[in-house]
Structure formats: structure tokens, C-alpha cells
Design a protein around this ligand. Structure first.
Ligand SMILES: *Cc1c(COP(=O)(O)O)cnc(C)c1O
Length: 465
């Protein structure tokens, strides 16, 4: 009997899950005591669970289901490719049609100076590739001592050893003795939380100039690259002041260090352009891609590199690769996903219609008594929860307490929003319609109202001293 076609009732599924399944980024006992929600099917922006509840997915899975759920074209592309050629490698003087065609398509979509792609299975391992790639690049150029990569606190670059090391999440560094050597950090451009009395524009410049100070401190001749997300995602959808990115671009140019734009979330339409780099106006040497590349229908990631970087790497054998680099099924699915994004004009619709519509509604949330700032770029947005807007106060309660209360209300109201500390974030499928945005906003507002009442009742609307 097919266990997937005839599965047992919810409680039994939850018991099996607790007994055998270790979840990422989860506290196992806490999860077991509540029982995970079992998601069974999805269509468009709507998820269905094992109890038949319909939930609007404000997070596009994990920021990845850009075209929305339930597109048969991708299922057909996968089935066709599995029948034709389910797997072959690209290591030993061989290639496959889906891999080379996807690389060509990515070169078309990427900025003009970027025309070569190295494939990985996801974003984390693509960033592992980037560590080895930039160090190999400098070694090939006769500067092997240039091996330090600068990143930012509260950045997210994945969960492998390399990805965690590049990321600036201290709770992640704490498990497993990370970061690896040769990774340095500067502060994030989070004006709301860290800007104090400084004006946002000045703060943006200050935070960018930390890069220059750090380069001088390390010695410019030792710095290989700077890595950053155009807009920080998992860190809480932190939108930098407008002054930030131009100054970063000036600094990396001045010292000749490589700029790695981690486009894993920002890529493929999320910010209203094909890449976040276009939205913030930068010219990266390497772009990390994953998530929206296949809309999450199949695992795939990669690094798109500039002609200059590719030229240097061509002179050596890069002793690196994954069994699933350029996996034909994932590549076929990604190609179909990109075809839909392009032919249905989804990125244009986001930029011209749905993102402006969402922006107006989202920014109005700043009037809510629990909300400090409301930030949005394209289809990624955040609100900072606060007990006192005027002073941009944090809560006296441990960070994340208010966020969890709000997230639980969202869960109860059948809308998926994520909490990051005491920020609430969304990144819905790019296929979301204006009517669906109305539903998302209505449910988010209801959840904020209920969270506000609960925080008040529990005596938690208190500012940290
Ligand atoms: C999710 C994410 C990653 C990691 O991608 P995985 O596919 O989970 O390995 C890397 N960088 C950014 C910016 C991400 O959001």
C-alpha cells in the first residue's frame, strides 16, 4: 500500500514525526508537545493541512515558492526529465542538456558582465563554493594571502559549515565552534534597532564605512571579498538606508575586493527586479542563487560569476563540485520556472502592480499601536514590534517573546508570517493577487490586534530600561 496516498489521521502523523523526525531550527521537545502542523497540499498562495484548514502562505514556503504552488508545468518538466535522463554528472568531461541550457538562460537574465554559472544543490553549499572560489581566484592571481572574507553581523548565508561561518548569527556560531578562520564581521545597517539619534542617511554611510575601517585593520592585501544580501532576509527583512549600498560599492572598488551578492532570497523577482543587485544598484562579481531559481519545486543553487572571475578560474582545475551540481531534473524544473516567471510577466507585475499595492497597505501598519517601523521592498516586508514607538524601544521581556506571541496569533488566524526576534516578516509568492493581499493584510492586522491585547493583558507592553 502507498503510505503517501493513504496516510493515517493527524495525531498519528504527529506521533510518527515526533518519534523519528529531527526538524531544522527547532526545539524537539517543545515541537513534540504542541505537535507540528502537517501540510498536505497547496495551490497558488494557499496551503492545506491534514485537518483541512486553508492557510494563506505569507512566506512562500521559505522565501522560495515565487511562482506559487501547484503549477503542473513544473511537475511535467520533472517527470519528462526523469524519464529521459534522471541523473548524470558534469564532472568528467560530460554535460547534460538541462544544465547547459539553464546556465545559458541565467547568463541572459543576469547583469551583462556575468555569464558563467557553477551549480550547487542549494544556497548554503553555493556559498561554500564561493569561499573556495574567491580564495582560488586570488591564489591564481598570485595573491594567496588574500583570503579573508568580510561579512555582517545578523547576515544569513546558510547552515553548512561555510554558510554558517559567513553568516553573522551568533546563536549558530555557538554550535559547532564556528566561524572557520578568515571570516570577519562588520555591523548591519539596521537603523531602527541600532541607529540611535543618528539620521538614517548618516547611519547608512557610517555602517558602510565600517567596511573601509575593517579592510584597513586587516590590511587590504589580505582581503578577498565582501559578502552581503542586497536586502537582509532571515535577519528580519532589514532594509538599509539609501546611502548604504553606493558607499559599499565605492569601497569594494577602491580596494579591488570581490563583491559577493547573496541573491538567494532577493533573486528571481523578489525585489521587483530579476536580481536584488539591480534594485540596490550594485555590480557584484559573484551572485549566490537558490530558492526562487526553481520556486522550491526541486533543490538547486549556484554561483553566477563575472567574466573577469571566470577568466581567471579558467586557467586552473577547480577541485570542487557536488554530485548534484547541475542535476538534470532540478535544472529542467528551474528552466520551466524561469520560463513561467518571464512569459507570464510575473516580475513586471510585481514591480508595477502588486508590490506597490502591498506597499501602501503594509506601510499603513506603522499606525498600529504595536508597530514601530514598517519596511518593504518588492515582495519582502517587515514590521518591528515595540512597546513604545516614540523611543524605538525594545521590550523588557526577552527578545522574541512578543514575536512568538504574534506568530502564534498568525498561526491561529491561518496566515503564515515569521517572527525574527520581535520583528514580523512576510515574503509571499510573487503570484499573489491584490485580492489575496487584502486577505493577507486583514489576517496580519487581526493577529497584531490580538497580540497587542495579549501583551497588554500579560503585562508585557513594557520597554526595556
Ligand atoms: C536560505 C538562504 C541561504 C541558504 O540556502 P539553502 O538552500 O537553505 O542552503 C543562503 N543565503 C541566503 C540569503 C538565504 O536566505
Amino acid at each position: 500500500m502507498n503510505v503517501l496516498a493513504n496516510y493515517p489521521p493527524t495525531e498519528e502523523l504527529q506521533a510518527i514525526d515526533s518519534a523519528h523526525h529531527l526538524h531544522p531550527f527547532s526545539h524537539a521537545n517543545e515541537l513534540a508537545s504542541k505537535g507540528p502542523r502537517v501540510i498536505t497540499s497547496a495551490k497558488g498562495v494557499w496551503l492545506k493541512d491534514s485537518n483541512g484548514e486553508e492557510i494563506i502562505d505569507g512566506m512562500a514556503g521559505l522565501w522560495c515558492v515565487n511562482i506559487g504552488y501547484g503549477r503542473d508545468e513544473l511537475a511535467d518538466a520533472a517527470a519528462r526529465q526523469m524519464r529521459e535522463l534522471p541523473y548524470y554528472n558534469t564532472f568528467f568531461k560530460t554535460t547534460t542538456v538541462p544544465a547547459l541550457m539553464l546556465a545559458k538562460k541565467l547568463a541572459e537574465l543576469a547583469p551583462a558582465h556575468m555569464n558563467q554559472v557553477f551549480f550547487a544543490s542549494g544556497g548554503s553549499d553555493a556559498n561554500d563554493t564561493n569561499i573556495r572560489l574567491v580564495r582560488t581566484y586570488w591564489a591564481e592571481k598570485g595573491q594567496p594571502e588574500r583570503n579573508v572574507i568580510i561579512s555582517r553581523w545578523n547576515a544569513y548565508h546558510g547552515s553548512t559549515i561555510g554558510g554558517t561561518s559567513l553568516g553573522g548569527m551568533k546563536a549558530m556560531h555557538g554550535q559547532g565552534g564556528l566561524p572557520i578562520p578568515g571570516i570577519e564581521f562588520i555591523d548591519q545597517p539596521n537603523w531602527w534597532a541600532e541607529g540611535g539619534d543618528t539620521k538614517p542617511e548618516d547611519f547608512g554611510l557610517e555602517r558602510a564605512r565600517q567596511l573601509e575601517e575593517k579592510i584597513k585593520e586587516i590590511g587590504p592585501e589580505k582581503v578577498a571579498a565582501f559578502i552581503a544580501e542586497p536586502i537582509q532576509g532571515a535577519g528580519g527583512v532589514i532594509v538599509p538606508p539609501d546611502t548604504y549600498w553606493p558607499e559599499i560599492q565605492r569601497i569594494v572598488k577602491k580596494y579591488g575586493i570581490l563583491l559577493i551578492a547573496d541573491e538567494v532570497i532577493c533573486g528571481f523577482g523578489r525585489t521587483g527586479n530579476w536580481f536584488g543587485s539591480e534594485t540596490v544598484g550594485i555590480e557584484p562579481d559573484i551572485m549566490t542563487i537558490a530558492k526562487g531559481l526553481s520556486s522550491g519545486y526541486a533543490p538547486i543553487g549556484g554561483s553566477i560569476v563575472s567574466d573577469e572571475v571566470a577568466e581567471v578560474l579558467r586557467d586552473t582545475e577547480f577541485n570542487h563540485g557536488y554530485t548534484y551540481s547541475g542535476h538534470p531534473v532540478s535544472c529542467a524544473v528551474a528552466l520551466e520556472n524561469l520560463r513561467i516567471l518571464e512569459e507570464e510577466g510575473i516580475v513586471d507585475t510585481v514591480r508595477d502592480v502588486t508590490a506597490p499595492y502591498l506597499k501602501e497597505k503594509w506601510e499603513a501598519l506603522a499606525d498600529h499601536p504595536l508597530v514601530g517601523e514598517a519596511k518593504i521592498v518588492g515582495m519582502m516586508a517587515s514590521v518591528a514590534l515595540t512597546p513604545d514607538k516614540a523611543t524605538r524601544a525594545t521590550f523588557a521581556a526577552e527578545s522574541g517573546t512578543a514575536g512568538f506571541i504574534c506568530r502564534d496569533r498568525c498561526f491561529a488566524n491561518n496566515v503564515i508570517m515569521r517572527s525574527v526576534g520581535d520583528r514580523m516578516i512576510i515574503a509571499p509568492p510573487l503570484s499573489i493577487t491584490c485580492e489575496e493581499i487584502d486577505i493577507l493584510i486583514a489576517r496580519a492586522t487581526k493577529s497584531l490586534d490580538e497580540a497587542y491585547e495579549k501583551l497588554k493583558a500579560d503585562g508585557l507592553l513594557v520597554a526595556a530600561s
